[in-house]
Design a protein around this ligand. Sequence first.
Ligand code: ZN
Length: 725
Amino acid sequence: MTDVSLYVLPSETKIALLDCQTAFNGLTSQEKLYAHYISQASWYGGLICFIQTSPESPGIFLLFHKLFRGQSLEELQSSAEANGITKEEFQAFLTYAAGFLSNAGNYKAFGDSKIIPNLPKEKFEKILMSSKVATEISGLWKEVSERMYSLEDRLRELGLGKKGITTYFSSNCDIEDAKVAQEFMSAKDISPYNTRLFKTKEGDKVCYEVRLASSSTAEGDVPGCGSILGSHEFTPKETGKPCVFKVTRGDYSDLMALVVENLTKAMKYAANETEKKMLSSYIQSFTTGSIPEHKEGSRHWIKNKGPIVETYIGFIESYRDPFGVRGEFEGFVAVVNKEMSAKFTELVNQAEHLLPLLPWPAAFEKDKFLRPDFTSLDVLTFGGSGIPAGINIPNYDDIRQDEGFKNVSLGNVLIAGYKEDKVSFLDEEDKELFVKLKIQAFEVQVGLHELLGHGSGKLFIKNEDGTYNFDQESVENPETNQKITECYNENETWDSRFSTISSSYEECRAECVGIYLCLSTDALRIFGFKDETADDIIYVNWLIMARSGLLALEFYSPETRAWRQAHMQARFCILRVMLEAGQGLVTITKTTGDDGKEDILLKLDRSKIIGVGKPAIGKFLKKLQVYKSVGDVESGKKMYDYYSDVHDRDEPHFLSLRSIVLDRKQPRRMFVQHNTVVQGENVDLKSYDSSAAGLIQSWVDRFPEDDLADKMMKLWEKEKPYFTD
Ligand code: ZN
């Protein structure tokens, strides 16, 4: 039987305003205009995520877009209530709409499981039909209603082939098609980041369309990729069967055009030449579908150190492609938070002293630590499916290795998102300390994770000319004590080699670096913690990690034996390593709660962190790094799969604990974001209520143009034929 509660957002879901007022008010009018136009580009681009999530999401977006523009929420509520809808039902309706909009589709941005409305279909329909635009939206409703409510097995989660729903691939594709496409794209040196794959038949041959995202639909060259557009005969080693690949462009073209239009306007208000060059490369990339141009933009972006208004935009994170290589659109604008940034800068200054503390030989560290820009920012705009608390970009390995990257900690997300009122699975004493220090500990973890976590470690590469980027004579693999004979080829990346596990494995490595290095007095002093408080921060940081590992069970699906969230899988693995260390470091006991229902008590023994915890995490982290450095996907995957496995074979019976975790889970909060509006030379910042109604109103105000719906409709129509089964 399906537990429907897993798939609905309860009406008591907390909603918080992502407050950027203070930081925004501190900007000059030029900076405000720059922030405004990039925000516009981010919001329009963010609509692409609806298309990237599920076949029905663009339709549901259109339904809400038309409905909420049709009349005010008060008017809608009173006409619905006149038709017998209760206040609770209307609230459930608003919560679904708010959740749908803030997740950019009907699958959770964090967790990849489906979201269905928490009220019966007839009631949902009644609300729609009591609106002023009932006739106009009835066709849309007919088209999306069944899919909106269905919890058929395949529709419950994102996934490829029989495993779930994805729109990164036409619905007739499976993992074999993904592998074949990967082989083709590697051979032609096409980056998958801004692509989707559509499979059709041409005569007796299978034909794959690799569609690049761009505003242009015209034929011609793609900068940096030459004459790649058009047909290519290809016989993959994977299958040995000849097939045809067609590379086309123009995916999401009308939305990409709006992105380009607004980036072009932003250029006028750029703070310096680097920002202008950066925007110009992005514009090239989004116009033509060229990832090399986006890389070029990213290179300028790295060089733009410590800007007051920070942004990044494009097809960035590959968490939601079931194959782990295609990027989801995201665009953000954030403004410097001066106080926190000072601490992070100090962490960067100390990096050379902290990196040698990590548990791998010096040869496995980058030849020269590339000082990343590391700032704490308050988010003004985040267009995309979900808002992270920290970001480390660009994701292009070659740029990271040789030129650097930037770290961004999103301060107002951290603060708004982590105010937890109920803390499960801890005893009273731990709860108190947890509530008191959670945000401080998490800031330390975010800093170490992003900067020294993602920023550390070297990839061993064999260059095309036969030389290596490491000393083959002297460097040994510390796991085998052998010389290193196998490593990456020049055109390979970490993602392409470790594919499906690459995101989570890398998050695990960064999380381990965080809990490992927070044991350093020097690291903690940078954040202003010493003596007893420092000990408490360490304790709470490890406690957060262990508890997150338990909460992670929510993001594991026993039916498909798959993890749906990279960071949570990583934290579960870390909890397993802590438990494996034994000696009472972490204990997990099934108990009965005050409410008489089953409960769990997690304990961490403070006195064992240094003696037991540190060596265990150190050993694990060293392996994570070594397998990554030499590209040993076989050993890496074997180990990672082992720790990711959720089973009931032995203590503490995680599979059984999962149902308690689900029972006691608190809904993830949603964020209401500001809008910016140009008034003459000024830019006004609009704020909204921290409620579902406020969130919906912010979306209504965000897209005032009348022709946006037509553009979305056109894109949706183009999609439909590929998602018929
Ligand atoms: Zn990370």
